[in-house]
Design a protein around this ligand. Structure first.
Ligand SMILES: Cc1cc2nc3c(=O)[nH]c(=O)nc-3n(C[C@H](O)[C@H](O)[C@H](O)COP(=O)(O)OP(=O)(O)OC[C@H]3O[C@@H](n4cnc5c(N)ncnc54)[C@H](O)[C@@H]3O)c2cc1C
Length: 377
């Protein structure tokens, strides 16, 4: 029987596994290593987080991105290109002695204090604890009025590694956050006739060191804040854009500000007609929805209804599990890391910034339980 199964081999899962290794826990880490960052994002873009805040976490916090740079001679540019971040992840995993099990988990059930996880090959794995660290990929959000269109006319930003297929096409990007700017900048560079449509008055550029420090510090205190203050933090709009994207868009990609799509219809196989709220009409070949992700525990694909119904939810936010200070749900031994923990623990945990506190909270909780049960037995 394993001490812990970690589902998801992204930055959170890999850091959790590093802590499991150094605490001599019997673990398995499922998922294709860094799949989201390697295969589901535009390859040529940058990480928005400044390099001082992108390190993974090991028990001694020695395997930092700066250590990686020194040992491998890799230059750390600003902003940091995604491929270098993925190289760092591979170096970290190897140095921390992490073993991956590169398979997806298809089912998790819980009976008599034991979790059973079934992997793609049909193999069954038993563990006392499970950590869900599956990121955002199950929560892509498309507004209802776009859902009726086929994928060759409408798609979500997530999943594109490049936009070269849109060369010479008329494309609208819907949204005003980081992913909208990334998509618009890359579409323009790849030869698409692209424009942006959004409701806000203008883009909100951000991303200073001070912002990162404030967000990191918020993660340390959020859980114990009075609920009024928590509500204020949840209410903050996440739609800011890193400054470094400004030159990729401003002056190059037309922006239709303070408008909505009022009418939309397919006019032939590869064209859609849009009427905007300011009366403008546009005929385009494709709409890319940079409309983000709606986190929802009910969409985790490997939980069945029975297990989901036993997970207590946050008051008024039933899409989030209610977690204790150690990121554990009401189901003993079931932990959530990353976006699904971001209601109980705050917005920091939607970002890499939150992985250190997550690992230093979850793994000691599992170690303590395992020591307590050893003493009892
Ligand atoms: C375009 C984009 C850019 C971003 N840029 C930044 C940034 O610059 N800085 C930042 O802090 N955050 C950024 N984020 C947020 C980012 O997703 C998180 O910070 C980070 O990836 C969280 O790590 P994670 O391990 O929780 O998730 P992920 O990196 O998504 O890793 C989760 C992994 O779980 C795997 N998985 C899913 N289901 C299963 C299953 N059933 N079995 C096994 N494995 C499974 C997935 O394939 C995935 O590889 C960005 C998000 C997007 C969409």
């Amino acid at each position: 029987m394993l001490d812990v199964i970690i589902i998801g081999s992204g930055p959170f899962g890999i850091s959790l596994a590093a802590h499991a290794v150094s605490n001599n826990l019997k673990y398995k880490l499922f998922g294709y290593p860094m799949d989201f960052w390697s295969n589901q994002m535009p390859q040529e873009m940058f990480i928005r987080t400044p390099q001082d805040f992108v390190s993974f976490s090991d028990s001694n916090d020695r395997l930092t991105i700066h250590q990686f740079s020194e040992e491998t001679g890799t230059e750390l540019m600003t902003p940091l290109p995604r491929p270098i971040f993925v190289e760092y992840a591979n170096w970290f995993a190897q140095k921390a002695g992490i073993e991956f099990t590169p398979e997806l988990i298809t089912q998790v059930t819980y009976k008599n204090g034991v979790y059973e996880a079934v992997s793609q090959t049909g193999e069954r794995h038993l563990a006392k604890n499970v950590i869900v660290a599956t990121g955002v990929e199950h929560y892509k959000y498309l507004p209802n009025f776009l859902k009726e269109f086929s994928p060759n006319l409408v798609s979500h930003t997530s999943g594109y590694t490049n936009f070269s297929q849109f060369k010479g096409k008329k494309v609208v990007v819907l949204g005003s956050g980081q992913s909208a700017w990334e998509a618009a900048g890359l579409l323009h560079r790849d030869g698409a006739d692209v424009e942006l449509i959004y409701r806000k008055q203008g883009p909100n550029y951000a991303g200073s060191r001070e912002n990162e420090i404030a967000l990191r510090d918020l993660g340390d205190i959020f859980y114990k804040l009075p609920s009024e203050e928590k509500k204020e933090e949840w209410g903050q709009s996440p739609g800011s854009i890193a400054y470094f994207l400004k030159p990729y868009v401003e002056g190059l990609v037309p922006q239709n500000k303070e408008v909505e799509i009022e009418k939309i219809e397919q006019i032939n196989e590869d064209e859609i007609r849009l009427v905007l709220s300011n009366g403008t009409e546009k005929i385009v070949n494709h709409i890319i929805a940079a409309t983000g992700f709606h986190i929802n525990v009910d969409k985790v694909p490997f939980f069945d209804q029975e297990l989901l119904s036993t997970i207590e939810r946050e008051e008024d936010y039933s899409q989030f599990p209610k977690l204790n200070v150690s990121f554990e749900s009401s189901l003993p031994g079931l932990y959530f890391a990353g976006p699904l923990s971001s209601h109980s623990h705050g917005p920091t945990f939607r970002f890499i910034l939150g992985l250190k506190k997550t690992a230093f909270s979850i793994i000691p909780s599992i170690v303590k339980k395992s020591n307590d049960s050893f003493v009892k037995n």
